[in-house]
Write a new protein. Sequence first.
Length: 189
Amino acid sequence: MDYLENLKDEELVRLSRKGNEAAFEILVKKYLPLVYGFSRRYTGNPDKAADIAQETFIKVWRNLKKFDPAKSFKPWLYTIAKNTALDWLKKREEIPFSSFTTKEENENMPFDIADPFPLPDAVLERKIAVEKIDALAGKMPEHYQLVITMREKEDLTFKEIAKKLKKPINTVKSHYWRAIRILRDNTKE
């Protein structure tokens, strides 16, 4: 078995496809920590990650004959791990509304479910505020306008803005905070 540990993945897969269980064990031993770590990041749950990792290797074993030996094993393995984790996420138990009952009377509980969307008056207020800020920003020096637009509307980082404008990052930050201060001072009522 020692000689197997020195073989490349492709050779271990070839031997595994021929029924060499020791070769498959080497693949599992090599990739189990990676698949488990991937699954743990995906689920946030160590027990589920272990289940997903185990299920992944079962699927690999069952589908080894379908594996294209001309391709790399590791991406194929990760694809199976990802799909297994996605299946787990889809299967997570959801509690149906009908199962919510009060403890005392075994009756359905009333639900006050908040609407995630703002009310029309809040939308209008925000639109007016955005228009006012845009008008004020239009009166600022161009270098302030650029930084504000790139940061707030294009959602760029200071590093990305500095690179685009070919300016030091501290200059970009300074322009941004000065522009914010100007906007804040001019929007106070």
